[in-house]
Design a protein around this ligand. Structure first.
Ligand code: GLA
Ligand code: GLA
Length: 666
């Protein structure tokens, strides 16, 4: 991997730096403050295309030269961005065929970013030229430490429906299927007599009178991902001609559904991610932890970079909540605990104008006499003390199966219930494991499962035969598996596996499902002997080798199995036929967490016991992170070592203050 880690030592601290929004006297103040806060890495030039190429083929690098020189003189390293996510106004005007067209056929307007078609040859040529000019000029600049290609591929322009995209889609289909008969078979086009006589007859999935071919929709998502990936590769290859420094692009895990990041991760030298708290959530730090664990997993367990997060409120949620005292610190350190070698923000200085002027920053509008600035300076000091954690790994004994294709397929229209949402079950299981103090990885169901005692499949509607065999081998070989309802239903083309549900998983689970009985909105069912409550789903499970652990006490499947267990070879496969809640039920254990605790025990998964479910515990290398999300202090036993942040010696126990963080090096 060329050049990673990006900095000679310690963790990276800083963020997006957009000095073009400010007069030069502010830049000098910026670097002074960066030194005060301990900033050592900034991302520069993300949206600079219209500034460095003000007219086609005319370059003006004067300002960028001065910025990079100034940062270098202050000892701040630069993550130099290619500006291709925001094409200039002249480009749109000159190449109208490159404009993004949405699903309704509307050409999207200018005055914004991301408005281009990823398959446009004009965009490709213009992007290649500006990246070449940039790479040629700055490859040898002493401030430069890494390259940041583009910005958040596929966020605002994941799918383009213009004629150029349609043509590129047909070419992609020819490549994939060779002849149109193979496409017809894969998509099941005898249905409604939708058979194609040639690839030229295929149209991308735009708004249709009534239900669309599922295979068409899935392949269009795959094609669109490939189109963005091709844009990334093109820029990376240009940079490679001039520079050996690491090249990355910032992912949006898990909030950019259209991008299959298992595929993207193989293309970058270091995985980088942007994460923003969803402030409408009751416990947003649990979704943060999930994002960080998924990012680490996508990175193959190697350290990754938190490329953007926020010091306080964002500007794009319905209600943009400020962070509570200590929350930014807990957030940043949770990312580091879960494998990030950096804590970077969007952005350094809050903008006075533009669409993001109400977004928080490291230097807020309030200036340096502010809580945010004091917290920024304190976080810089924390991160310096934590430098020794760099490069070390997080180990997990439990993995959650995550497949973007299953995410896409599950959420196409006309499923048995609109309440079947990929993230709903994924987050429920993640939350239950988080509250059970169990660190998890994520895996693609076809990946190597040997590191894990327990694999959990919360939402694997689409599951290939190969993945199903992989899971079967895992259980037979002594691994454990827990599957939630409506998994293993269809293959990669959204065609139902033959025979009773859940086709691909029938054998390993030792059950079959006769009929689905989705519940009404707000309807619940109860289990017995556990009095846990289920929502969303009930179904008629038949035992074909498994035994019932819990049954439905009421509802459409009263008396029939709700949770089953199948001992197979040296392992066990569990099945859960309803949506149990991750939060505490009426009696201890009567909830998803209680069920999972029993399965974790059976699988021999070690974890701390007797701690409040508001305490986040993660071990990274020899660093033990204790993050207290509650308003009361908590004492943790069984920890001995040196407090990295506070310098204290801990012998056998540690008290973590309310809202505080203790990191102990053992
Ligand atoms: C209508 C149509 C059928 C079928 C059913 C499904 O009646 O005529 O082709 O789509 O709806 O309920
Ligand atoms: C994304 C983008 C940034 C900025 C932030 C705001 O992460 O990459 O340019 O728009 O969102 O939260």
């Amino acid at each position: 991997m060329p050049g990673y880690p990006v900095l000679p030592e310690g963790l990276a601290y800083g963020g997006d730096y957009n000095p073009e929004q400010w007069p030069e006297e502010v830049w000098r103040e910026d670097v002074r403050l960066m030194r005060e806060a301990g900033v050592n890495l900034v991302t520069v030039g993300v949206f600079n295309w219209g500034l460095i190429e003000p007219a086609e083929g005319e370059y003006d690098f004067g300002r960028l030269d001065r910025i990079l020189d100034l940062l270098h003189s202050a000892g701040v390293s630069v993550d130099l961005a290619t500006p291709t996510s925001s094409p200039p106004a002249w480009f749109r005007r000159r190449y109208p065929g490159s404009r993004l067209v949405d699903r309704d056929g509307r050409v999207l307007g200018g005055g914004s970013r991301h408005g281009f078609c990823p398959s446009s040859p004009d965009y490709a040529a213009a992007a290649e030229r500006v990246v070449e000019a940039l790479a040629a000029r700055y490859a040898g600049h002493p401030a430069l430490t890494m390259w940041h290609v583009h910005n958040e591929y596929g966020w605002a322009n994941a799918h383009c429906h213009c004629p150029t995209s349609a043509e590129a889609f047909r070419a992609w289909l020819r490549d994939r299927y060779g002849e149109v008969g193979a496409l017809n078979a894969a998509w099941g086009t005898t249905f409604w007599g939708l058979t194609y006589g040639s690839f030229d007859e295929v149209e991308p999935p735009v708004v249709a009178p009534v239900g669309l071919l599922n295979g068409l929709q899935l392949d269009f998502m795959r094609f669109s991902g490939d189109a963005h990936l091709a844009c990334f590769r093109r820029e990376r290859e240009v940079i490679r001609r001039f520079s050996d420094l690491p090249v990355t692009t910032n992912f949006m895990i898990p909030n950019c559904k259209p991008m299959d990041y298992w595929r993207w991760a193989a293309e970058v030298d270091v995985v980088a991610n942007d994460h923003y708290l969803d402030s409408a959530r009751a416990d947003p730090h649990i979704e943060l932890a999930m994002a960080a664990d998924l990012t680490r997993s996508v990175a193959g367990g190697r350290p990754w970079m938190l490329m953007e997060h926020s010091t306080g409120a964002v500007n794009w949620q319905p209600r943009n909540l400020a962070k509570r005292p200590g929350e930014m610190r807990r957030n940043s350190l949770a990312h580091v605990a879960r494998g990030s070698d950096s804590a970077l923000f969007f952005q350094w200085r809050a903008s006075r104008y533009g669409a993001e002027k109400f977004h928080s920053a490291m230097v807020p509008h309030a200036g340096t006499d502010s809580g945010i600035w004091r917290d920024v300076v304190a976080l810089g000091a924390d991160l310096r003390r934590l430098g020794g954690v760099r490069g070390s790994a997080v180990r997990a004994e439990v993995a959650l199966g995550w497949d973007w294709e299953s995410y896409w397929a599950l959420e196409l229209e006309w499923r048995p219930s609109v309440d079947l949402r990929f993230r709903e079950r994924m987050e429920a299981y993640y939350e239950a494991l988080w509250r059970e103090h169990t660190t998890v990885d994520f895996v693609h169901p076809a990946a190597d499962l040997s590191p894990y005692k327990l694999v959990v499949l919360p939402s694997s509607y689409l599951l290939t035969e190969a993945s199903a065999k992989n899971l079967h081998r895992h259980v037979e070989g002594g691994g454990h598996l827990l599957v939630s309802y409506f998994s293993g239903i269809v293959d990669e083309n959204d065609i139902i596996h033959a025979g009773p549900y859940p086709g691909a998983l029938r054998e390993v689970l030792g059950v079959s499902v006769e009929e689905f009985h989705p519940l009404r909105a707000d309807e619940t069912v109860t289990l017995r002997p556990s009095a846990a409550t289920g929502r969303i789903w009930s179904e008629r499970v038949r035992l074909t080798g498994a035994r019932a652990v819990h049954r439905f006490a009421d509802g459409p499947d009263a008396g029939h199995p709700a949770v089953t267990r199948h001992d197979l070879g040296a392992g066990t496969a569990w099945y859960v036929a309803t949506a149990l809640d991750p939060r505490p039920g009426p009696e201890p254990g009567d909830d998803l967490r209680g069920l999972l605790a029993a399965v974790l025990d059976h699988a021999g998964v070690a974890r701390p016991r007797g701690l409040p479910d508001t305490l986040e515990i993660v071990r990274r290398g020899d660093h033990h992170f204790l993050i207290n999300h509650a308003d009361e202090p908590v004492t943790v036993d069984g920890v001995t070592g040196t407090g990295v942040l506070d310098g204290a010696e801990y012998a056998g126990s540690a008290t973590v203050p309310a809202g505080g963080v203790v990191v102990i090096r053992t």
